[in-house]
Write a protein that binds this ligand. Structure first.
Ligand code: CP
Ligand code: NVA
Length: 316
């Protein structure tokens, strides 16, 4: 887009962001340069998406993702139309295919939060415009891209930075593995038996890590994952859509709470991270998430800057 000539280099990436595995190390690096410039000089980007509109389809609730995409596109001169699908699944009133083919005629991008990853694939197959995963059962790429950007701000480099993820091998865990491997981090995951990340995600991350000298370890003991780590990360024990499993999961996950005792086994300068929303007293102790090592609101803030960079890259 010509309007971009005045701004920092905009990376050329594949048109969709469905899993986060579309992008390689060099592309993520370029994305982070752009995000850092947008964060430092937002006024330069005030009209770069003028006349560009997003359709935002959400099958699940959201605070951070919705607000940051809506504010992000508006702050660059564009707009967003929110399509609330929290009461009815996408595809119920009309097929996902027809929804995609309609939106294709009106807007320049689709941001979708869905239960099933395959719905994102169906949107992407039937729309020529970019489709961005705003969280699915499989992945949360916007979150993990932001998290490693936040870690780079904090530690200066991501090479070899040790991130311990403790808890459920869920969408957020998958994206930390995929993106962490691509930025050359060491990601250590500890989960209870039966709640490990999917084997194919781990295999793909290990393959990506071989190219970046990153490292992926899947462990059982939280203490082993956390030992010497620079970042300790957790997420809810029951994700959206798993509300009926809350009690059963609480029993399995109790030893995986990130509390002061566990965090003390990490590097003395370690940060605590959480994608939010959090449940104090369950996956994280209040003293940790509200304590001096917590950077959860830096993560939230950076969702705005990194997603603006994603939008500019894909829609600009
Ligand atoms: N972390 C995250 O995606 O938050 P929301 O569910 O509020 O969007
Ligand atoms: N794993 C959580 C992340 C929320 C941002 C969920 O899917 O509900």
């Amino acid at each position: 887009m010509n309007a971009m000539a005045a701004t920092a280099n905009v990376p050329t990436l594949t048109p969709d962001l469905l899993t986060g595995t579309e992008w390689g190390a060099a592309q993520i690096r370029e994305l982070y340069h752009l995000a850092a410039d947008i964060k430092a000089r937002p006024e330069r980007y005030r009209s770069v998406l003028a006349g560009r509109f997003l359709a935002m389809i959400f099958e699940k609730p959201s605070l951070r993702t919705r607000v940051t995409f809506e504010v992000g596109v508006a702050s660059m001169g564009g707009g967003a139309v929110f399509l609330d699908h929290t009461q009815s699944r996408l595809g119920e009133r009309e097929s996902v295919r027809d929804v995609a083919k309609n939106l294709d005629r009106w807007v320049q991008g689709i941001v979708a939060r869905v239960f099933e990853q395959k719905v994102l694939d169906e949107l992407a197959e039937n729309a020529s415009i970019p489709v961005i995963n705003a969280l699915s059962d499989g992945f949360h790429p916007c979150q993990a891209l932001t998290d490693f950007f936040t870690l780079e701000e904090r530690f200066g480099s991501l090479r070899g930075v040790k991130v311990a993820y403790v808890g459920d091998g869920n969408n957020v865990c998958h994206s930390l593995l995929s993106i962490g491997a691509r930025v050359g981090a060491q990601v250590r995951v500890a989960t209870p038996a039966g709640y490990e990340p999917h084997a194919e995600v781990v295999t793909e991350a290990r393959r990506a890590a071989r190219e970046t000298r990153g490292r992926i370890e899947i462990l059982r003991a939280p203490e082993e994952a956390v030992a010497g780590a620079q970042a300790v990360y957790t997420d809810v024990w029951a994700s959206m859509g798993q509300e009926n499993e809350v009690a059963e999961r609480a029993a399995f996950f109790a030893p995986y709470q990130v509390n002061e005792r566990l965090l003390a086994q990490a590097d003395p300068h370690a940060v605590f991270m959480h994608c939010l929303p959090a449940h104090r007293g369950s996956e994280v102790a209040a003293g940790v998430i509200d304590g001096p090592q917590s950077i959860v609101f830096d993560q939230s803030e950076n969702r705005l800057h990194v997603q603006k960079a994603i939008l500019l890259t894909l829609l600009g």
